[in-house]
Design a protein around this ligand. Sequence first.
Ligand code: NAD
Ligand code: UDP
Ligand code: UDP
Length: 323
Amino acid sequence: MLGSGHRVLVTGGAGFIGSHLCEQLVRAGHEVLCVDNYFTGTRANIAHLLGDPHFEAMRHDVTFPLYVEVDRIYNLACPASPMHYQFDPVQTTKTSVHGAINMLGLAKRTRARILQASTSEIYGDPTRHPQTESYWGNVNPIGPRACYDEGKRAAETLFFDYHRQHRLDIKVARIFNTYGPRMHPNDGRVVSNFVVQALRGEPITLYGDGSQTRAFCYVDDLVDGLIRLMDTPAGETGPVNLGNPAEFTIRELAEMVLRLTGSRSRLTFAPLPPDDPRQRRPDIARARALLGWEPRTPLEEGLLRTIAHFRLALGMGPVRSMA
Ligand code: NAD
Ligand code: UDP
Ligand code: UDP
């Protein structure tokens, strides 16, 4: 590999967050190796990077061992949308657990610093609000979301045990709901669903009565937080919550998407999926103190950029005038 920066491995690098991360790392002067099995990621997400001599893409499933020479690893490989992680739940747990073991084994051999993309889902349906990193969570271990939640919890355990047992230099980020350009249109997550439905004039599908809450972080802000966490001194392991503390009900999100798209779509109501968390909002005091980080992009601004992306992705062309 060329260049003066770090040799960075990004697993899940062809996915939504991973592709933005690869882009920022290449831009910052690092050599980036993107590893992905293209389960939910796409080559289109990284097509613009393929000609860059500082970027390389490799098809590989992290549940199998990987022998490469790197000094930093961002472990993002794992489907993140409930629709996708419940498609093959056994593979989801394997990806989190075997994937973590293999990437930690790789970090142990190369002495690379390694960051895990953990999730707010490790808090489950939280009984404390907002969620601080000291909260241990409320997860149903046998429900349909468990393959993701418990897989990510086991991955955190493995990270901290490799740190204690093998002195690995680890960083654990607990990422809250993130949205933005390059979310898959059929991803099933709420922002992509609502934007695509609004642009197509289809009904907006609210699960339950829409009173459940989430806090939405724009992808550029999140990637900035991940890179800052990776750059903290050795010994700063986290976990660190990364998310936008501005909390909205799902109904408020639907109404904002309708207003920003100028859509006449109507709202329809479908049953709430089992174990769907009632409320979620990060406490980001630790990220503020440790990383000097907080999100900069208000939901409305991030949604406008996301809507512009989906208009192009759906072949609708750019916006002529704002309604
Ligand atoms: P995504 O589905 O777009 O990206 C995941 C990527 O991992 C895809 O490119 C997929 O093909 C790849 N992948 C899946 N299984 C793999 C395997 N076995 N081997 C190699 N590659 C594999 O999702 P995303 O939103 O970009 O999420 C990225 C990471 O961030 C995930 O680990 C997710 O759990 C975490 N995260 C995301 C959010 C969010 O709101 N987007 C929130 C919390 C945590
Ligand atoms: N591993 C890997 N790449 C490496 C080194 C290890 O994928 O460069 C995998 C290896 O297959 C092993 C796992 O990481 O199963 C855990 O490695 P570790 O050294 O912790 O365990 P051990 O090899 O002793 O079982
Ligand atoms: N949701 C919804 N309609 C949709 C997709 C999701 O009302 O078309 C709800 C879902 O039930 C949940 C919230 O929006 O309460 C966020 O869902 P998402 O799958 O995006 O993320 P997660 O539940 O993992 O936070």
